[in-house]
Design a protein around this ligand. Structure first.
Ligand SMILES: Cc1cc2nc3c(=O)[nH]c(=O)nc-3n(C[C@H](O)[C@H](O)[C@H](O)COP(=O)(O)OP(=O)(O)OC[C@H]3O[C@@H](n4cnc5c(N)ncnc54)[C@H](O)[C@@H]3O)c2cc1C
Length: 404
């Protein structure tokens, strides 16, 4: 049954945009308020796992996501100092578990755009750019927000507010919700180059390199022209300045140390990110719900943060449709928090922390044990599948469904 209540969404990042689409497709009126003048194109998430592809298929986005992205069936773990391939995992073993036994590397700005394009075609939807949510007033029966726009402060009213306004969420802070966890001392530097690591070095589209001195991740994305770009992610040294990490000399040295080659790399983007492991102490306060990075942040190793945020958005739409349609009471809204918070901790926080530890481990004996375990897991068909059910978030979906 269509539901004509209006939902406000702070943030038109990928989570805000996909959540808005999920709500509008269920008949809600939706107002999206985005602080910036356009979608942020900074190189961040790309890896979209099978469980998330399932959700995007249900939202009618999958063909476009696959068309604009790159399909990656496998990923590899390397021991970088000895240049040894430790393990390769192939999503093909998930063929009985999902319609999408692969990962799609689709840059997050493309995902947000695909969702917003579809959203705009639905009735009762509004998307306002350059509208920064500055204040939240949550009452028992309504939420209103004040947004800073070019025309001055503007008030928007809705039945619910979704805070999808990223890690520094104004919505979360306005409600005084604690963001519990910690920030890693090192930062992550992302260097993007068209150098073809598949052809020149035999790397697959998702490669993880363990190194006690400086680990790395290497990913291929399609790029806006579809010709392909490679993103290499490294930790910075704790005493390293922004200029050292991002300047020409430092960036070239870093890439060449890892992947020596004659002549300089063509570096088309360079970015520096802080990395955190934090989870909001609650994902719901009255008529305000948090989703995506506003609710949880993690280091990017394993490509899980955005994926989990999309799962939040779809779950949130399912809960709101039942509550607003009169099929369930307040407990339905609490279920959103009861499911999504522990799922994030169990599947995203723990995996990303473990992934980081595995890549940066310094103790030779622990490194050797890690490698042995990884290669045994990859060699055993049952363990191989179990491992991928977890990394691809398929296991998290079945686990969430058991939480009532
Ligand atoms: C290098 C790197 C690689 C990553 N790779 C992956 C990956 O492969 N897979 C994966 O799953 N995750 C990955 N992540 C994590 C992923 O980028 C984030 O989880 C994702 O961006 C979260 O989306 P979001 O929409 O919740 O937040 P954001 O993308 O931060 O979007 C929030 C939006 O809200 C807007 N906003 C902020 N404040 C306000 C306000 N007051 N009012 C209105 N609008 C506001 C912002 O302008 C922004 O558009 C990676 C992160 C990094 C740094």
């Amino acid at each position: 049954m269509p539901n004509d209540q209006r939902i406000l969404i702070a943030g038109a990042g990928p989570v805000g945009a996909v959540t808005a689409l999920a709500l509008a497709q269920r008949g809600f009126q939706v107002t999206v308020l985005e602080a910036e003048a356009q979608i942020d194109e900074a190189p961040r998430a790309a890896t979209t796992h099978p469980a998330t592809l399932e959700l995007l298929a249900d939202l009618g986005m999958i063909d476009e996501v696959i068309r604009q992205g790159l399909t990656a069936c496998t990923f590899q773990f390397w021991d970088r100092p000895s240049a040894t391939l430790i393990a390769e995992f192939d999503h093909e073993v998930l063929r009985q578990d999902t319609r999408f036994p692969f990962v799609v590397q689709c840059e997050q700005h493309k995902l947000a755009r695909i969702a917003l394009d579809r959203l705009r075609q639905l009735p009762g939807t509004e998307v306002h750019f350059s509208a920064r949510v500055a204040a939240v007033d949550a009452q028992p029966g309504e939420v209103s927000v004040t947004a800073e726009t070019f025309g001055g402060a503007r008030r928007f009213r809705g039945a619910f507010l979704v805070g999808a306004d990223g890690g520094r969420s104004t919505v979360r802070k306005s409600l005084g919700i604690e963001f519990k966890g910690y920030t890693w001392p090192e930062r992550f530097v992302v260097l993007t180059t068209p150098f073809d690591f598949a052809q020149e070095r035999g790397c697959c589209f998702r490669s993880y390199f363990s190194d006690p001195d400086e680990w790395a991740n290497l990913f291929k994305v399609a790029g806006d022209d579809g010709r392909g770009l490679w993103r290499a992610v490294f930790p910075t040294r704790n005493d390293e300045s922004d200029d050292e990490a991002l300047g020409d000399v430092g960036a070239q040295q870093r890439l060449k140390r890892f992947f020596p080659k004659p002549g300089p790399y063509d570096i088309v983007h360079r970015n520096l990110y802080n990395a955190h492991q934090r989870v909001a102490v609650t994902f719901r306060k009255g008529r305000v719900l948090l989703a995506g990075d506003a609710a949880h942040v993690n280091n990017p190793i394993g490509g899980l943060g955005l994926n989990c945020g999309i799962h939040d958005g779809v779950e949130l739409a399912q809960r709101l449709v039942r509550y607003c349609g009169g099929e369930a009471g307040e407990e339905e809204l609490d279920l959103y928090d009861r499911r999504r918070r522990p799922i994030n901790i169990e599947f995203v926080q723990s995996q990303t922390v473990n992934n980081k530890k595995r890549l940066e481990e310094k103790d030779p004996a622990v490194r050797a044990a890690n490698f042995e375990q990884l290669s045994k897991t990859a060699a055993d068909p049952v363990q191989h599948r179990q491992f991928l059910l977890r990394t691809s978030l398929i296991e998290s979906v079945s686990k969430a469904a058991l939480i009532t």
